[in-house]
Design a protein around this ligand. Structure first.
Ligand code: AMP
Length: 405
């Protein structure tokens, strides 16, 4: 039986997963799927690597079906209907590693889980859900190795100055820092830059991760030196439903003058702002594009998105001291030619020139100028988790031959 890696991305009501065969140098995805509607109307769906549906199941008694039931369903499906595979190890996308988890970690001790739990206060909407499956699997399948991979870790290479807020030292020392997120995505892009152009690998590159969540990262020789997200995943660019950079005075005004509770203000800034809030229509770029001609609010949301991206890129070019390449990735970055065209038009001062026909065909290289160049590179966060798992498990095996996987 082939021991496979299961890569989990757990949210409040969903469990997304990919199953990898790790036997080759580069782990190969064999199945992708999700359980959505956890706690309400659960739906388990698995597709093979060609996109064919291989499992599709729903439950009537949704309220009794939590994350634990979802995990049991996944493991049982894999070990009964896919008899050639056995669960070798589980990798988890964990949003926050704080100051000290600057690399992936084997969760082989409850003390590690306790440390990660203390970070829940820094990412209350994500971290508790990310940690839940780790806890469940440690209890139910204690022999299965588990690796936690962090969205913040890639940014720990930044100089201290890029991680600081201008606030009293005591607050900084208590952990109020710019952590940055989307690190698994940036690590993937960084690792493949050389496949596209050696100049990118050795040079100054800005990566625009533009999906439902959105941020920018400045890479110097492949390492993060600055990013737009800060203490929380609210900062930086406007996103599908998140506000992006906001004068903190707005929050005080909401609390003091508008009598919002902290929870209500948080909900507005996380779930009712960004493209959705400005358009009053949708958080989805495809919907906004479809309505933009007749709906000025949809057009304004799109324009604000491109304007903020362009401004923040200007700031990161200053942090890098120049730019050799710009990379677009994630749902909007990889697919929305009009956003890319608007951003590149706003960067002509930096020497960017769009190759409009390459851009309309979503080709990898979309700049007419050779320097600086602009690219579309697909991201693959799950592959990064699988690669990190391989490294962590192989190091653990060398240290203690008893670790399986
Ligand atoms: P992600 O979070 O990376 O899945 O990205 C989601 C965002 O990508 C949504 O705003 C989608 O509307 C957008 N998106 C996906 N496909 C397309 C497309 N073909 N054209 C424009 N936007 C797209």
């Amino acid at each position: 039986m082939i021991p496979v890696f299961v890569v989990l991305n757990a949210g409040s009501s969903s469990l997304k997963f990919q199953i990898f065969d790790p036997s080759d140098m580069k782990p190969k995805v064999i199945y992708r799927g999700m359980v959505e509607g956890i706690g309400t109307s659960p739906h388990f769906l698995v597709k093979d690597c060609d996109g064919a549906i291989v499992a599709d199941k729903t439950w009537d008694d949704g309220e009794a079906f939590g994350h634990e039931e979802a995990l049991v369903e996944l493991v049982t499906w894999m070990q009964t209907s896919r008899g050639e595979y056995r669960l070798g190890a589980v990798g988890h996308r964990v949003v926050h590693g704080g100051r000290f988890f600057d690399r992936p970690v084997l969760v082989d001790d409850d003390a590690i889980l306790d440390d990660l739990t203390t970070l829940e206060a820094l990412a209350p909407l994500h971290q508790p859900h990310n940690l839940k499956p780790i806890r469940i699997l440690r209890r139910r399948m204690p022999d299965i190795p588990q690796v936690a991979c962090f969205d913040t870790a890639f940014h720990r290479s930044q100089p201290l100055i890029a991680q600081l807020f201008a606030i009293p030292k005591e607050l900084t020392e208590s952990g109020v820092l710019r952590y940055g997120f989307h690190g698994l995505s940036y690590e993937h892009i960084s690792s493949v830059l050389g496949d596209y152009d050696p100049v990118l690998k050795a040079g100054r590159v800005i990566v625009a991760h533009l999906g439902n969540g959105a941020s920018l990262c400045a890479l110097n020789k492949g390492k993060s030196i600055a990013t737009t997200m800060g203490f929380s995943a609210l900062d930086g660019l406007p996103m599908g439903t998140r506000c992006g950079a906001l004068d903190p005075g707005v929050v005080f005004y909401m609390l003091r003058e508008m009598n919002f509770s902290a929870e209500a203000a948080e909900r507005i800034l996380y779930t009712q702002s960004g493209l959705l809030g400005v358009s009053g229509l949708s958080n989805d770029m495809r919907t906004l594009r479809a309505h933009a001609q007749k709906n000025p609010d949809a057009q304004r949301a799109i324009d604000l998105f491109a304007y903020r991206i362009t401004r923040e890129i200007g700031s990161l070019i200053a942090a890098l001291g120049g730019i050799d390449g710009l990379v677009f990735t994630a749902g909007i970055g990889e697919n929305d030619a009009a956003t890319r065209a608007a951003v590149i038009a706003g960067l002509s001062w930096a020497g960017f020139e769009l190759d409009a026909s390459a851009n309309s065909r979503n080709e990898p290289r979309i700049s007419a100028s050779s320097a600086p160049s602009a690219w579309i590179i697909p991201t693959n966060e799950e592959l990064v988790v699988a690669q990190q798992m391989k490294r962590v498990l192989s190091a653990a095996r060398q240290a203690a031959p008893a670790v399986a996987g």
